[in-house]
Design a protein around this ligand. Structure first.
Ligand code: SF4
Length: 357
């Protein structure tokens, strides 16, 4: 993976998290330990496919090698700090990495499917006005292994295959591009989680240079844009982190993205009462999306305790879908999964810190 490529000497990877060690680095380490190359493949299977948390579980490796490996490497080791269970079957987890940094992720089962929403950063620097995570700033970006581990934690907890992943939890994925792409590739790989590229979605506020880069990646990953308003003034207020990327530039970039990839992007639109659910906002949204390849997800805002923003009405959400349909834009009201469990990102962490969970 990209962030693991800088230093290939075996000495430099001593006690490194194996999730950040590339295949060639692992082979070098094994050579130094007098082991055959095929051991690398065996180890990777235990790490990426079986998600073991102990070298002793790697039963097809000699016992002595398991002990030596644990002197050189760690297995990451994400720890569950708290969880909340929703009546609809969703489970929200607060996970802690070895350095004490915590992130949230969610597992959402439905019929034979299991969707995971994972975080790409601990905290977030984008400062969206309606978001609990944005309110406390960025702690640090996650490695690709840490993004991947969240998905595997959910898989193992449900004991079911993950059928789709959305990187829509804490953080702005495109402010952590290389790790995000590394995680997507591992989630997609048959030697990893084996999830189809079209079922792997990245959600961005609209970091234009990175949308351009993403459009040029060879895989068919899915892109979602958190739009939330097609009126510049409203969007600047709701999403100050992307103020420098105007709606006009975003519009042009998305045209380029569609031309380049032929794929239909999704626009996320969380309806906020009296802010972005007015007739003028609806007309601007229709203008932004019509004549373009677009799918609009209308979301009922999850109310964050203490926030001045309130969800709009169901009637209003239906009106948005109807009017978008009239100008030829497909729109759906997204089922707000886990609305009984602090579903908005950042809320579980805040409640744990406040001793409420
Ligand atoms: S909504 Fe997403 S991008 Fe905006 S502050 Fe929250 S985590 Fe960051």
């Amino acid at each position: 993976m990209q962030e693991a490529m800088s230093d290939r000497s075996p000495a430099a990877i001593k006690r490194r998290d194996v999730h950040t060690v590339s295949h060639s680095e692992l082979v070098s380490l094994l050579e130094e330990l007098g082991q055959p190359k095929f051991r690398a493949k065996q180890i990777e299977e235990w790490v990426w496919e079986k998600n073991v948390s102990n070298f002793d579980d790697m039963s097809n490796l000699p016992k002595a090698l398991r002990a030596t490996l644990s002197e050189h490497l760690t297995l990451g080791g994400v720890e569950e700090v708290a969880r909340q269970l929703s009546n609809d079957g969703s489970r929200k987890y607060l996970l802690r990495f070895p350095d004490g940094v915590c992130v949230e992720c969610v597992g959402m089962p439905s019929r034979n499917k299991l969707a995971v929403c994972a975080s790409t950063q601990a905290g977030c620097a984008m400062g969206c006005a309606f978001c609990a995570t944005g309110a406390s700033g960025l702690t640090r970006s996650l490695t690709s292994g840490e993004i991947y581990e969240q998905v595997m934690h959910v898989r193992d907890d449900f004991n079911a295959r993950v059928t789709s992943v959305v990187l829509m939890g804490q953080g702005e994925p495109f402010m952590n591009y290389d790790a995000t792409l590394g995680a997507l590739r591992k989630l997609n790989s048959p030697e990893g989680a084996g999830i189809g590229a079209r079922h792997l979605t990245v959600s961005t506020c609209g970091v234009i240079p990175m949308i351009k880069r993403f459009a040029n990646e060879p895989e068919q990953f899915t892109l979602a844009i958190s739009l939330h308003s097609a009126v510049q003034k409203t969007r600047d207020m709701l999403m100050p982190g992307v103020k420098k990327y105007s709606l006009l530039r975003l519009y042009d970039m998305m045209g380029e993205y569609v031309d380049k990839t032929g794929r239909r992007p999704t626009y996320e639109y969380a309806l906020i009462k009296g802010v972005n659910d007015t007739d003028a906002e609806l007309a601007a949204l229709c203008d932004f999306c019509k004549d373009n390849l677009a799918h609009v997800n209308i979301i009922q805002l999850n109310h964050v305790k203490g926030s001045k923003f309130l969800p709009s009405s169901d009637v209003r959400a239906q009106e948005f879908v109807r009017r978008l349909g009239n100008v030829g834009v497909e729109a759906t009201i997204r089922n707000s999964r886990g609305s009984d469990i602090d579903a908005a990102c950042g809320q579980l962490r805040q409640n744990v810190e406040a001793g409420l969970v």
